[in-house]
Design a protein around this ligand. Structure first.
Ligand code: NAI
Ligand code: MG
Length: 368
């Protein structure tokens, strides 16, 4: 059996707490003979600032580059709020994404049956919800130049951010979305604002062409991003795969997140280009941050982190069966009533981070 090299970057706040639960599942996979891993743990974010004076050391970046996949907890926290913009914990994560070319961010929003009541929407609107937002992650307005704040002659200021997209950047994210849709419902919705943005015009044009030339078996729909926001809260189940730029993806994926109940439930993948050997760089992390308000208390929900491992098995190693088993174990654990504080009904008893991890491993052991 192949041994996969996994780099674990627990990071800050609740990161190490939820990573400890993933390690239990990694151990279980080995014991069950489903996958064997060689794991190494290193520092990122505030933890790396404290030790190395930088949120991502060159040595850690080299390990990330050599690994088959990276699992990251979360970075950031009030302790590092005062450090320079370039040296803040989040810069470590941005550097990983940028230097490894992780341009495709996959954010599933799944509403587990047992949690439909925790949604911001009526249970019937979200029960069975399973959408996948594909967000472009290394281009667009967060990176485009010029990007500056200048002082004008009258002393007032002018700020500029620039949205830039090239044909190649849109083509590769479109391929990711269509390829994913083929393994799901066969439907893609592409969101942009071609009515007011040139990048939107190019986005729609390129997605349309890539669809016609390579993916005409998939149903493609174009939707304006503002309308998409409305539809996500009105009738979210109409969507399957949604593809969009970095900015719209940031905002719309957070809307989709709230449909599912808790940030503590949501995994994500960030993928690079497929190379000549058929492999790709990939980083998997929960959508949530370091949650300093609950760090160290055993309140954190480890499901987003464990779900990120499931995505890793599916998208990096082709171990879809093992991923399905983890996701089924999560579903059964929730159905049995196990709840961390974030998903417990007010007044109901909650279990700890470690107890949730143990409960999921027990369900894995029980099989099914
Ligand atoms: P956050 O996601 O850390 O927390 C938001 C709220 O959700 C908090 O009330 C928190 O307790 C709760 N929450 C988050 N994850 C949870 C879990 N697994 N179980 C139970 N409850 C959970 O976002 P916030 O508070 O805006 O940011 C805190 C720090 O994290 C900041 O420094 C921010 O920059 C950083 N951050 C890092 C991210 C990353 O590493 N990818 C992403 C988002 C924020
Ligand atoms: Mg966001």
């Amino acid at each position: 059996m192949t041994t996969y090299k996994l780099l674990l970057l627990p990071g800050d706040g609740i990161g190490p707490e939820v990573m400890a639960e993933v390690e239990k599942v990694v151990g279980w996979l080995g014991k069950a003979g489903l996958a064997t891993f060689e794991t190494e743990t290193d520092l990122v974010g505030g933890a790396a600032i404290d030790t190395h004076g930088t949120p991502l050391s060159d040595a850690t970046l080299a390990k990330a580059d050599a690994a088959d996949a990276i699992l990251l907890g979360a970075v950031g926290g009030p302790k590092w709020a005062g450090v320079d913009y370039e040296l803040r914990p989040e810069a470590g994560l941005l550097r990983l994404r940028k230097d490894l070319g992780l341009f495709a961010n996959l954010r599933p929003a799944i509403c587990y049956p047992a949690l439909a009541e925790a949604s911001a929407l009526k249970p019937e609107l979200v029960e069975g919800l399973d959408i996948m937002i594909v967000r472009e992650l290394t281009g667009g307005v967060y990176f485009g130049e010029p990007k500056a704040i200048t002082t004008l002659e009258d002393g007032s200021k002018r700020a500029v951010d620039t949205q830039v997209y090239t044909t190649a950047e849109i083509e590769r994210i479109a391929h990711v979305a269509f390829d994913l849709a083929r393994k799901r419902s066969g439907r893609v919705a592409s969101a942009e604002k071609n009515n007011v943005m040139k990048t939107g015009v190019l986005w729609k044009e390129v997605v349309t062409r890539i669809h016609r030339e390579h993916h005409s078996d998939i149903a493609l729909e174009h939707v304006l991003a503002d309308n998409c926001a409305m539809q996500l809260v009105r009738r979210p189940k109409q969507f399957d795969v949604l593809v969009m730029d970095n900015l719209f993806g940031d905002v719309l994926s957070d809307i989709a997140a709230m449909l599912t109940g808790s940030l503590g439930m949501l995994p994500s993948a960030s993928l690079g280009a497929v190379d000549a050997k058929g492999t790709r760089k990939a980083l998997y992390e929960p959508v949530h941050g370091s949650a300093p308000d609950i760090a160290g208390k055993g309140f954190a929900n480890p499901i987003a982190m464990i779900g990120s491992l499931a995505m890793c098995l599916r998208y990096s190693f082709g171990l879809g069966d093992a991923a399905d088993r983890i996701e089924a174990a999560i579903t059964r654990t929730l159905a049995s009533g196990a709840r961390t504080r974030d998903i417990a009904k007010a007044g109901d008893a909650a279990i700890s981070t470690a107890e949730m991890g143990d409960a999921i491993v027990r369900e894995l052991d029980a099989g099914g």
